[in-house]
Design a protein around this ligand. Structure first.
Ligand code: SF4
Length: 237
């Protein structure tokens, strides 16, 4: 049997299909496909929301900076004492660096995060009287704040849909669902924006993240119980 034919035996095919699904080459990236995905996910997770606990924009920007390379659950364990000690940008701007590092140590990369938090808080005090600005340009000019963090803050603290948060779940599901073949987060965001109405952008991220955590997991997607399995080009069922 020639090598190419051997590679297509049902045994090999079955082994491959038990791991990661692959998006088929044909893309279904139409607004209609996107709308149906949104409709079903919204039905499945009507209460999807930002998993980082916060009471205002200041707390959310701090929590989002801490969430880099860290779980939201872990961040939520750290922030209550952090917000009690540093309840606003003025307090955080004056924080002792060693103390701050110690308090956020469990979130990982604590030295660079402490540096970014101090720089961000000092910039808020110097430029915006301690308030968090409401535009993408102003936010991304702050130390430690990239487009993803800015999108989280704009969408969840200010109800401003300027862009779409693309984290690891959003990136993975966008590809599996045939919404884009891009792998760079900014390119994924650009591909998603024309497919969904602007006022859905913040919720879209919450829905994809929720589905990625509960069903479409990175290593073992539960396609058999997925509400999208009949319209997903990567479905294993
Ligand atoms: S069918 Fe559902 S779980 Fe399976 S790859 Fe598609 S979106 Fe993910």
């Amino acid at each position: 049997m020639p090598p190419r034919a051997r590679a297509r035996t049902s045994k090999t095919s079955s082994r491959r299909r038990t791991t990661k699904p692959r998006a088929r080459s044909k893309s279904n990236a139409t607004p209609e496909h996107a709308a149906e995905i949104y409709r079903r996910l919204h039905l499945a997770y009507p209460d999807a929301h930002c998993a980082l606990n916060h009471r205002n924009a200041y707390e959310l920007i701090v929590a989002t900076i801490l969430s880099a390379q860290c779980t939201d659950v872990r961040v939520n364990m750290v922030t209550p004492s952090l917000f009690a000690k540093y309840p606003n940008a003025e307090a955080l701007a004056d924080a002792n660096r060693d103390t701050l590092e110690e308090m956020i140590k469990s979130t990982g990369f604590f030295r660079s995060k402490a540096k970014n938090l101090l720089g961000m808080a000092q910039a808020l005090v110097e430029r915006y009287r301690g308030q968090v600005p409401r535009t993408m340009d102003e936010l991304t000019a702050l130390p430690g704040v990239g487009r993803k963090t800015a999108n989280v803050v704009l969408g969840n603290a200010f109800d401003v849909n300027d862009g779409i948060v693309v984290d690891t779940h959003v990136a993975r599901l966008s590809k599996r669902l045939g919404l884009t073949k891009e792998t760079d987060p900014v390119k994924i965001e650009r591909a998603l924006m024309p497919l969904f109405p602007r006022d859905h952008w913040t919720m879209l991220s919450h829905l994809l993240i929720e589905h990625g955590r509960r069903v479409c997991e990175a290593r073992r997607p539960k396609c058999e119980q997925c509400v999208l399995n009949d319209i997903c080009p990567s479905s294993l069922v």
